[in-house]
Design a binder for this molecule. Structure first.
Ligand SMILES: *Cc1c(COP(=O)(O)O)cnc(C)c1O
Length: 466
């Protein structure tokens, strides 16, 4: 796919549409001098040049990658019109596109046709909306989330004036169901947030087992699948041998009350694209409000009437819509993109486990691999020093062969739960963390592993450890 060609086509399409409205108006106040633009643009290009190469598989750090060129094309085509999906008055065409992509996401998680949902600026606002609705359906009750869940849940409980409860996790970073059961017995919890793919470790809470407790108790369940949502596409895989993910938590999504998924993570979209889905459409009553400025053009609910945000880029809906035409929400469509990262994580974990210079922190459940330089004995202080050495030395790596990873802080108890022989000489330690969300990492794995191994061996050799 030639991005120049497709961006040109987006601009031409917009021009042809605009020309259909007669000669284009202009104003001297808007004029720019090409030379001045050229100077300013060169400065911008220089500033952007200091970015980390998120597009390259040598960047194996945080949850970051550029949008697919198809998404960029769809975004640009719509952005030139600049519709606002707050109301049908602002974005009739892109509001319809949004309804279609939201329906596709709802089908992916197994929700019925009469679900409610919309795109959001991201996972944070999407989760806020889900917790807001939870507060309204279960007034006066608390919200439980795992200790490994995204920090947003505790913050949003504070914001909403709801009591938040952190549930301990097991030795794989998943919600401890027995601990949840004890908490539910107290009768103070109205909603449980389960995370299918924690941001730190990629741990998947046992949604199906949580539902077995919540359903009889009338407790609401919200799924934070901001990171992991698209792995649902791998759950129905049965053909030969073991599926790439344990299907049980993913198949249970349909029994939950709300789900958040971020197309700007694994959905290959530019930032500004999250989504919240509700199984029961009647929760729209909690959003009811009137606007003296908008909502003129239709008696059909406007997207702004069922969301907390006002202005939102209609271009986000267009970008996702075009992307899903080329990469539908099936195992062979977008599923294959997600599967590549999952396979790479599994293969890398095997290589790390067999390496004399690295130890696996825990087996990956999705596409996040956590590991650390092999330090003997495994003292928390020395593991922190060795991990940070790999992080820094990797980025320095000269112009030839840098590699970018990230670190995750792990509490002493959580570390000791995985390593019985840990020397607990600090309250926490830092391990290395790589999100393998780019399919391009699959053919690059040997080089990535080789580089990280070299850095880990140097970290322990260079006498930098305390
Ligand atoms: C990324 C993430 C969020 C926050 O979403 P944003 O899109 O960054 O606002 C919430 N929960 C989980 C599990 C995430 O991975």
């Amino acid at each position: 796919m030639d991005l120049h060609h497709w961006l040109g086509r987006a601009v031409d399409t917009h021009a042809a549409w605009a020309d259909g409205h007669g000669p284009r108006p202009g104003h001297p106040a808007l004029a720019v001098d090409d030379e001045a633009l050229s100077t300013a643009f060169a400065e911008l290009a220089g500033r952007l040049g200091t970015s980390y190469p998120f597009f390259h598989p040598r960047y194996a750090g945080q949850m970051l990658k550029p949008p697919h060129p198809v998404a960029v094309t769809g975004y640009l085509a719509a952005m030139l019109v600049n519709p606002n999906n707050h109301a049908l008055d602002g974005g009739p065409a892109t509001s319809a596109l949004e309804e279609e992509v939201v329906a596709a996401l709802a089908t992916m998680v197994g929700f019925p046709g009469d679900h409610l949902g919309h795109l959001t600026g991201g996972g944070t606002v999407a989760n806020l909306e889900a917790l807001f609705v939870a507060r309204e359906t279960h007034p006066g009750k608390g919200i439980a989330y795992s200790a490994e869940s995204h920090y947003t849940h505790a913050r949003m409980c504070h914001l909403l004036g709801v009591e938040g409860h952190a549930v301990p996790t097991d030795d794989r970073g998943r919600m401890d169901v027995a601990a949840l059961e004890r908490l539910l017995d107290g009768g103070r919890i109205g909603t449980v947030v389960v995370t299918t793919g924690t941001t730190g470790l990629g741990a998947v809470d046992p949604v199906h087992r949580v539902l077995d407790l919540t359903e009889p108790a009338g407790v609401r369940v919200h799924v934070d699948a901001a990171y992991g949502g698209f792995f649902a596409l791998l759950a129905d895989e049965v053909p030969h041998g073991t599926p790439l993910v344990d299907p049980a938590p993913w198949r249970a999504l349909r029994r939950c009350d709300s789900v958040v998924v971020d197309p700007h993570k694994h959905g290959m979209q530019p930032y500004g694209c999250g989504a919240v889905l509700f199984r029961d459409p009647s929760v729209q009553r909690f959003y009811r409000h009137d606007s003296p400025y908008t909502y003129f053009t239709s008696s059909r609910p406007h997207l702004g009437e069922i969301s907390l945000e006002c202005s939102r880029a209609g271009a986000s809906a267009a970008a996702l819509w075009l992307t899903l035409r080329l990469f539908p929400l099936t195992r062979d469509g977008l599923g294959e993109v997600v599967a590549a990262g999952r396979r790479t994580a599994l293969r890398w974990a095997e290589r790390i486990a067999a390496s004399p210079h690295l130890d696996l922190f825990q087996p990956p459940e999705l596409d996040i691999v956590t590991y650390h330089p092999r330090v003997n004995p495994p003292s928390l202080k020395r593991i922190t020093a060795a991990s940070e050495h790999v992080l820094r030395a990797g980025m320095r790596g000269g112009q030839e062969d840098p590699v970018y990873v990230s670190t995750a802080r792990i509490g002493a108890d959580a570390f000791a739960a995985r390593r019985g022989d840990a020397v607990v000489d600090a309250e926490e330690t830092a391990v290395l963390r790589s999100v393998l969300m780019k399919p391009e990492a699959e053919p690059y794995l040997d080089r990535l592993h080789g580089r990280v191994e070299e850095l880990a061996s140097a970290a322990c050799r260079d006498g930098e450890l305390p």
